[in-house]
Ligand binder design. Structure first.
Ligand code: ACO
Length: 362
């Protein structure tokens, strides 16, 4: 028996492969660096869902359907009452998703794909006393998300950065939330139930809740010149450096490089505070040097959360919303895995070893 199911193979999948030794992520036969360079979010969504919704479709078709689905689900924003708006953004978003009908059909899948992208900006605006902004079906998904958040048309660099982020996090093997999605799908409960279960798993601090603390760490370090001293003292106190290390990757997380690349155009066009960029560079360099010196037997490198934090901050998302933005990108992975599992048709039902007391002998 393995606690935490570590190294246990629990499914066969054609969707994605995480190679922790080589630092490689493959999604449906394409490596992440190629996907980020060549493919929009709608393209990777079409790739992941292709053949799983009882029909084939391409990027252009999916873009049109997803845009229409954004418009459709916006009606549900009306259900965001005062009580719901006291919740953290990811919980408020989950409560709105729970009102969508359940099912296995394409319309349900598209509504679920659109829902986090529409509900998160609406919730954030309502929580700061602003009116939600209706979707614009003529825009690409990433551009419309930023417009619904700020009320302004984003720059092309901002749109490209969010698009690259959504592609980068679209799927990642059998992580906890994806496994939760597959368990629910194996009972044939419906896609809405799968997405709700997955989102509930994602919000835990051991899974999708880490990028906010990266910014807290950068704020505490304060200046580039203070990086080495601050990080050394944090390790002396037994703390972990946020945004470094990974359970599976023994080399650099390929998603970190994809996001660092996506940030570059924002930096070169002055759309990231240069002081923030310099501080992040200094913290990364100092952390890699100090971790190598202190943990020579354990390769520790940057993970996806470090550059996620910088990128989402640069795009204007508040840090308490970062987990919700992650869900916007990962929902397509949850849906694809749920469909793959449902089509497999086999109920997931492992066994446990009973270690409690036995009844007294008669
Ligand atoms: N800073 C300092 N030391 C670290 C770090 C880190 N970020 N990560 C691991 N280590 C050290 C541990 O202290 C331990 O050292 P020891 O053997 O001397 O006691 C050794 O590396 C192994 O640690 P484990 O806990 O076994 O590593 P695991 O693979 O289980 O941890 C995890 C992975 C949770 C991501 C860890 O690296 C961590 O806590 N990182 C910081 C938080 C973070 O960035 N989380 C987001 C991860 S990305 C994602 O999951 C989406």
């Amino acid at each position: 028996m393995k606690n935490g199911l570590e190294d246990v193979i629990a499914a066969e999948t054609q969707l994605s492969d995480v190679d922790g030794e080589a630092g490689r992520l493959i999604i449906r036969g394409v490596s992440l660096d190629h996907l980020v360079a060549d493919c929009s979010y709608e393209g990777v969504a079409a790739l992941l869902l292709d053949g799983l919704m009882e029909r084939s479709f391409d990027q252009a078709q999916l873009r049109e359907w997803l845009a229409n689905a954004r418009t459709r689900v916006f009606d549900h924003v009306e259900a965001a009452d005062a009580t719901l708006l006291t919740l953290p953004p990811v919980d408020a978003m989950r409560a709105l998703i729970a009102r969508l009908p359940d099912g296995e059909d394409l319309d349900t899948a598209l509504s679920l794909l659109a829902a986090p992208a529409v509900f998160l900006p609406a919730v954030l605006r309502l929580q700061r006393g602003e009116r939600p902004i209706a979707p614009d079906a003529s825009l690409p998904h990433a551009a419309d998300i930023l417009r619904m958040l700020t009320g302004q048309l984003p720059s092309k660099e901002q749109t490209a950065a969010l698009d690259a982020y959504l592609v980068t996090i679209s799927d990642h093997g059998l992580n906890a939330s994806t496994f939760a999605s597959r368990v629910i799908a194996s009972t044939q409960a419906g896609l809405t139930s799968s997405v709700l279960a997955a989102l509930s798993a994602l919000k835990g601090p051991l899974h999708g809740g880490a990028p906010g603390p990266v910014l807290d760490m950068l704020d505490s370090v304060g200046t580039a010149g203070n990086a080495g001293k601050w990080l050394g003292e944090a390790l002396d106190r037994g703390e972990r450096l946020m945004g470094f290390g990974h359970r599976i990757y023994r080399v650099r997380d390929p998603r970190a490089d994809a996001l660092k690349g996506a940030l570059k155009p924002l930096i070169s066009t002055g759309q990231v505070d240069p002081a923030r960029g310099a501080l992040a560079e200094a913290v990364e360099a100092a952390a890699l040097a100090i971790l190598k010196a202190r943990k020579p037997n354990r390769p520790l490198d940057v993970n996806v959360e470090f550059y996620t934090a910088l990128l989402l901050e640069a795009l204007g998302f508040p840090r308490e919303a970062f987990t919700g933005v992650f869900a916007i990108g990962r929902t397509v992975g949850w849906l694809a895995h749920a469909r793959e599992q449902a089509l497999d048709g086999r109920l997931i039902r492992p066994r446990s070893v009973y270690i409690g007391p036995l009844p007294a002998a008669a």
